[in-house]
Design a protein around this ligand. Sequence first.
Ligand SMILES: Nc1ncnc2c1ncn2[C@@H]1O[C@H](COP(=O)(O)OP(=O)(O)OP(=O)(O)O)[C@@H](O)[C@H]1O
Length: 252
Amino acid sequence: MSDPILRLEGVSKTFGGLKALTDVSFGLNEGEVVGLIGPNGAGKTTLVNVVTGNLRRSSGRIMFEGEDVGLQKPYQAARRGLARTFQIVQPFPAMTVLENVTAGALFGGGAASVGDARDKARQSLEFVGLAPLADRPAANLALAARKRLELAKSLAMNPKVLMLDEVNAGLNSSEIDGALDLIRKIADSGVTVLIIEHLMKVVLSLSKRLLVLHHGQLIADGPSREIVSDERVIEAYLGQKFAARLKEMHHG
Ligand SMILES: Nc1ncnc2c1ncn2[C@@H]1O[C@H](COP(=O)(O)OP(=O)(O)OP(=O)(O)O)[C@@H](O)[C@H]1O
């Protein structure tokens, strides 16, 4: 197998005395869709932040395509093809949907000109199904559409690796189904996806492999079906009720 496209080696992040990440190591292979789960405060968002340079890791190495990118700035991450979505979606409200995505394309640096960035933005909006709303002010979008806008912005950066931070939070079940189709479509286009998600049904339907963070430590990394029956994971995160339901599903 070829080298992972993204690899963390012993990455730690402390905030004063608080250890948000402790000695985290794993690799993502090109084209993989991997779920990242763990209780509130486990360090999931911090992990994405250190990978994209929004926060500086305290120690360890972050390797992207064989290069140590631990000191990069967020715009450099975007230009390399390391894109992410934010848990709290904050579009520029006064700008239109198209302008927001154009700004994303320019940030990602793949566009040769503003016109080129706008073309790229139009393609991304088409891909996520927001083309009909391109000229609306972003402030007017409902939550599901704002989440799609966030995805379109990241896609306009031509990502190789895309990290999705709770893109389904707050959506109803038909909106989640739509988002799932879209994430599958992104993965099918060859993008490596790391998905942070609280809804187990969603993670399990998308990813064959799961990473589990607990108090900043990676306590499990492996095939999803094995991870969800791992006692430590059940205790730390899933809870006995979920485990019992899963057993019923398997035996029922
Ligand atoms: N900028 C910061 N300064 C200080 N502490 C922080 C900062 N960012 C995160 N933390 C702390 O680091 C720990 C990990 O937080 P993080 O947001 O990464 O968890 P999470 O797994 O993403 O949680 P959630 O599921 O609630 O989003 C928490 O204790 C949090 O309070």
